[in-house]
Ligand binder design. Structure first.
Ligand code: F6R
Length: 244
């Protein structure tokens, strides 16, 4: 079976087209189902995607007034109001720019003592709304999705995880001298796989090695993203450099 046949769809395009194509698909999904439940990611790859998505809102093509969102992950031990929190990233890049209702934004609270209770609350909330219709994912250079680091069980649900050395090193740039979080709360791999549709985005040459492993290597816990090949409806959009 060729790599392409294993996926519902694999699109390789120019870097600037990755965000545009993803935003177009997500905007059409919102248009079709204004009460859609979106699973969202943070990270550099997402910045241009949210920028493009906001354009559809500004043009009046879509409204977020009935959209519900669940973000994949949040650093543990960080106040959501902190500049480096994922919640702050989302406010800056999407939530503050569209008409989404605060009550429809779902986030893991990384500033709780009882993280087990918090993770259960999140899993239950996802179930309560009928599950995630469309999940957006990025991919770490080590193959993580959400913060499911290499070695994560394919049956994992939302939980507290220790961030790998490689992830902490990548994150160091964002934290500029401040203490880099060692733990995070993240949706599990099972949680991610239970979304009806999933779109994974990757841009740039530093992702090429892991994209090749994800697409062509073994489906293994060592490369968490490789499990996406088992997903019923996955679209992978990458640029030429990530696809090299
Ligand atoms: C963050 C997340 C992570 C990122 C991944 C890629 O919410 O889910 O899995 O998608 O670390 O990050 P960038 O896009 O910064 O390379």
């Amino acid at each position: 079976m060729s790599v392409e046949e294993q996926f519902t769809f694999l699109e390789v395009t120019k870097a600037e087209e990755v965000a545009k194509l993803a935003a177009k698909i997500v905007a059409n999904n919102i248009k079709e189902n204004p009460k859609i439940v979106l699973g969202l990611a943070t990270g550099n790859t997402m910045i241009s995607f949210y920028r493009e998505l906001v354009k559809y809102y500004k043009k009046g093509f879509i409204s977020f007034s009935r959209v519900k969102t669940f973000n994949l992950d949040e650093y543990y031990g960080l106040d959501s109001k902190s500049k480096t929190s994922f919640r702050n990233f989302m406010n800056k890049n999407l939530f503050d720019k569209v008409d989404i209702k605060e009550k429809n934004i779902n986030f893991l609270d990384g500033d709780v003592k009882n993280f087990e209770k918090e993770c259960k609350r999140y899993e239950n909330k996802i179930k309560e709304v009928g599950g995630i219709n469309l999940q957006i994912l990025g991919i770490g250079v080590n193959g993580h999705i959400g913060f499911n680091e290499p070695g994560s069980s394919f049956t994992s649900v939302t939980r507290k995880v220790k961030l790998s050395q490689s992830t902490q090193k990548v994150n160091a740039k964002e934290f500029r001298g401040k203490e880099i979080p060692k733990y995070a709360l993240t949706m599990g791999i099972k949680t991610i796989l239970s979304a009806n549709k999933t779109i994974l985005l990757a841009i740039g040459g530093e992702k090429a090695r892991i994209i090749k492993k994800t697409l062509e290597g073994k489906i293994t816990k060592k490369v968490p993203a490789s499990v996406l090949r088992k997903h019923k409806n996955i679209l992978i959009i990458i640029d030429c450099k990530a696809g090299e």
